[in-house]
Write a protein that binds this ligand. Structure first.
Ligand code: 6GP
Length: 841
């Protein structure tokens, strides 16, 4: 309040307030100004990088003006806000998105044209913001887009990694990781040097009684690291509402370096303190659905959670409300268990710093938090060793023990004598060493727990969290099926398809209400429409074919069937089954006569995705795909009939080229292992069909678009356990076709068989945990059905149109509205000028 401009001077201020550009001329003026002043360049020295920088800064200025107004509006309205805590935000590029969401891409295109640039080239200059691994991080990014587009008062909180997910290079068929230093120029962030929080680690706890006899606990000593905020504006689509993503960066608390040490000549160690502090936010852990229990990771988690909560609590305290009203003002969503320490930190703030009684504080805490689970894979469920915790966060460990004790007492009261149950649900696992089970802490500390697709939400209730359903009752557990933002994944990635749809539906309103797509179904048999539709798909395939040519040197035929599997490489996602299927196809072609071959549908099998650097099996899969490609693509005998491509460095901006170009995409996880999947939704929304197992959101996609429009195969999740049991204890015959594939690999057809023996061995000798042998037959016969269906192009195109028309459910807008209503209890705060960009035109 002290910093505000005095009333009499505000008129002057208002006259000169920043006004966002609207016209082409004003945009050009801004670009030239940024080139000549901010960037200190000139018209004789303005390359595409500079043009990108200046155009981005022009849009950033526009966003920040609306960002300020949005924050003011929220402060005045004083309504409840939601805070989305996620260690990953896989944002991709910002410029294209900002131009489209603000509705000024055409203006920018013309303006850049006047200045001598092609907008496509300028967009290409941007480095992806790749602060995430895969599905979990991209979901967070889609959610931010929907929260802003629906004008919800919402903040994202994350870490500002200096190195995002590594860049993948393929060298001699092997994955090589290269660091992704992305911050040398980032026009989209605002450093907030005024917003800094001291974060404490290590040290000791001391208890004493105050004058009133109350026990006071203080956490003393240890080391302090400073968290500084960097803000990234998140524009909504067709609304001025612009939200904030706040990312924390770590620095040494004592300034540049320790002058005492420096003066004593110990220069090195004074710099070392600085570096140690900066290490906390230095690098994103590159594991998808895997917990490694590294101390630095726990440090990251506490650093981020403590800074975020400090910020949230500070904002609440400014309203001067009673603590009891905290959950009416604040909802916090835990994106997986990574931020679970927030539960403990809020309890600590309330009892140690604010002096509340335990029960009162705990009641506030549990009303505030919601927890989303993203996987049932045991290797992903976070556990931290008690000794590690004790050393790094002694006060938090003691609070966890108290939370656990209170919780177990209540369980014991309702289930007297059931010691087994107490052991099973205890937040502390009685192992050697003892471990803190973070998922259990998250459940106990939240009022709602949700899974991300119906099957997955059912599975967590009947398997990993079964006891907790009995303890808390079924209402605490719910489902919110994932969604994707149609702004990035249709309008931005596939502008021509978006425009064609708009021409039939009378405008772009479907991007704000995706169920409007339903009206497309009328055109599923319209000859002219189908021709335009097919032509756009072909153009998108030509674009991808060019990308394949420039990046791999391989020529592919854009009229062939494009079969795509792009996602993190993981045994449960079964890229190995896909490549075994490709080998089977290759062997089949080789065994055919010339006449038979003529009848075959040419196919391009496209793979992409990163393997975690320490995940050897996944890296072996990458190697096999590349090795098969090297043989097949150079086999003159095969020609166009089969090509095998591995696309290097799959990321968000590459997905925007790949997704619109698919005919069929693969979502073939072992039933019950893929929580939802979200690329399945992206592919269908872009007019591609899918081949998939009855897993994750595939099931709901089938329900929406109709079983006749999807190629489902494989065993069901309820049979997985029995099949695994049979592998271990039964005698089984290997599928004959799969056996031939293994023979080919073992016969060194794709290079030294020893390189791949672990992959083959996993299926043949080690229990085939992911049921590749059980599903292989049904997989390849279903692939034959895909070939068959693709031959009837007319019918195929109709299927894709009908599928798109029925995808309305899978927008992340629907998803966010469900969270808002059933978990967060928040309302949108709609600006007066929302919806004025004329989407109906
Ligand atoms: C992923 C799930 O594997 C994927 O199925 C889901 O669509 C996505 O989350 C979004 O909900 N999980 C992760 O990426 C992960 O690391 C701990 O889970």
């Amino acid at each position: 309040v002290e910093a505000s401009i005095p009333e009499p001077q505000r008129e002057a201020w208002k006259r000169f307030q920043a006004k966002p550009f609207e016209t082409k001329d004003d945009f050009e003026k801004e670009v030239v100004r940024h080139v000549e002043t901010t960037l200190a360049r000139s018209m004789f020295n303005c390359d595409e990088t500079a043009a990108y920088a200046a155009a981005s800064l022009a849009f950033r200025d526009r966003l920040i003006t609306e960002w300020n107004k949005t924050q003011q509006r929220q402060t005045f309205a004083d309504t409840k806000r939601v805070y989305y805590l996620s260690l990953e935000f896989l944002m991709g590029r910002a410029l294209d998105n900002a131009m489209l969401n603000v509705g000024l891409k055409d203006v920018a295109k013309d303006g850049l044209g006047d200045l001598g640039f092609r907008i496509e080239d300028i967009i290409e200059q941007e480095h992806d913001a790749a602060l995430g691994n895969g599905g979990l991080g991209r979901l967070a990014a889609c959610f931010l887009d929907s929260l802003a587009s629906l004008s919800y008062p919402a903040w994202g909180y994350g870490l500002r990694y200096r190195y995002g997910i590594f860049k993948q290079e393929i060298v001699d068929g092997y994955q090589v990781e290269v660091p992704d230093y992305w911050l040398d120029f980032n026009p989209w962030e605002f450093p907030r040097h005024d917003i800094a929080v001291d974060i404490q680690f290590y040290g000791n706890i001391r208890k004493y009684q105050d004058d009133t006899g109350k026990t006071v606990v203080v956490w003393e000593g240890g080391e302090i690291v400073k968290a500084t905020a960097y803000d990234v504006p998140i524009p909504g689509f067709d609304t001025p509402a612009t939200n904030n993503l706040r990312l924390w960066s770590s620095k040494a608390a004592s300034g540049e370096f320790d002058f005492q040490k420096f003066n004593n000549g110990d220069y090195e160690s004074s710099v070392a303190d600085q570096q140690r502090a900066e290490t906390i936010s230095a690098v994103l852990y590159p594991n998808d659905s895997l917990d490694r229990g590294k101390e630095l990771r726990l440090k990251q988690q506490y650093f981020w959670v403590a800074a975020s909560l400090y910020d949230i609590v500070r904002r609440f305290k400014k309203t001067k409300r009673a603590w009891g009203e905290f959950p009416d003002q604040v909802a916090i969503q835990l994106n997986d268990t990574h931020p679970t320490l927030a539960v403990v930190e809020l309890q600590r703030i309330l009892i140690d710093l604010e002096g509340l009684e335990w029960d009162e504080a705990w009641n506030i805490v549990t009303k505030t938090f919601g927890y989303t689970n993203h996987t049932v894979l045991p290797e992903a469920l976070e556990k931290w060793s008690v000794p590690l915790f004790q050393n790094l966060l002694p006060r938090h460990l003691s609070i966890i023990y108290d939370i656990n004790q209170t919780f177990l007492q209540s369980v014991e009261r309702k289930n007297p004598g059931d010691r087994d149950l107490l052991q099973r649900v205890s937040i502390i696992e009685e192992s050697q060493p003892k471990m803190v089970r973070m998922a259990y802490l998250a459940i106990v500390g939240s009022h709602k727990v949700n899974g991300v697709a119906e099957l997955h939400s059912d599975l967590i209730k009947t398997t990993i969290f079964k006891d907790f359903v009995n303890i808390f009752g079924p209402d605490k557990f719910t489902n919110v099926t994932n969604g994707i933002t149609p702004r990035r994944w249709l309008h931005q990635a596939n502008p021509r398809l978006s425009a064609l749809i708009a021409s039939k539906l009378g405008g772009l309103a479907f991007l704000k209400d995706l169920t409007l797509l339903n009206d497309l179904e009328k055109f599923a048999d319209d000859k002219d429409f189908k021709k335009d539709w097919a032509e756009i798909k072909h153009a998108n395939k030509v674009r991808l074919a060019k990308h394949i040519k420039t990046t791999t040197g391989v020529t592919v035929n854009p009229s062939a069937l494009f079969d795509i599997q792009v996602k993190r490489i993981h045994e449960y996602k079964r890229q190995q089954m896909n490549i075994f299927g490709v080998i089977h196809r290759y062997l089949t072609i080789k065994a055919m006569g010339a006449e038979e071959r003529k009848k075959l549908a040419p196919r391009v099998s496209i793979f992409g995705g990163k393997a975690a650097p320490g995940y050897w099996m996944a890296k072996t899969i990458v190697h096999l795909v590349n090795s098969v490609g090297a043989v097949v693509n150079n086999d003159k005998d095969v020609g166009d009939l089969l090509k095998v491509i591995f696309l290097e460095d799959y990321n968000v901006s590459k997905a925007e080229i790949i997704v619109p170009a698919s005919d069929i995409s693969e979502h073939i996880s072992t039933a019950g292992t893929e929580a939802s999947g979200t690329s399945n939704m992206k592919f269908v929304l872009n007019g591609g069909l899918i081949i998939g197992t009855c897993d994750g959101a595939n099931i709901e996609i089938t329900r929406e678009i109709g079983a006749e429009n999807i190629f489902l195969f494989g065993n069901l999740s309820e049979d997985v356990e029995d099949l695994r049991h049979a592998h271990t204890y039964g005698n089984r015959d290997m599928d004959a076709d799969l056996a031939k594939v293994f023979e080919a690999i073992k016969g060194n057809m794709f290079g030294d068989a020893n390189s791949f023996s672990a992959l083959v061995g996993a299926v043949e000798n080690h229990g085939d945990y992911y049921l590749v042998s059980d599903d292989f037959h049904s997989y390849i016969t279903t692939q034959d059905m895909v070939d068959e269906a693709y031959r009837d192009q007319d019918e195929w195109v109709s299927k894709t149109i009908i599928s798109v028309a029925r995808m309305g459910f899978f927008t992340s807008d629907r998803c966010i509205n469900e969270y808002a209503e059933s978990i967060w209890n928040i309302e949108p705060l709609v600006p007066e000028t929302e919806g004025q960009s004329g989407l109906e035109r």
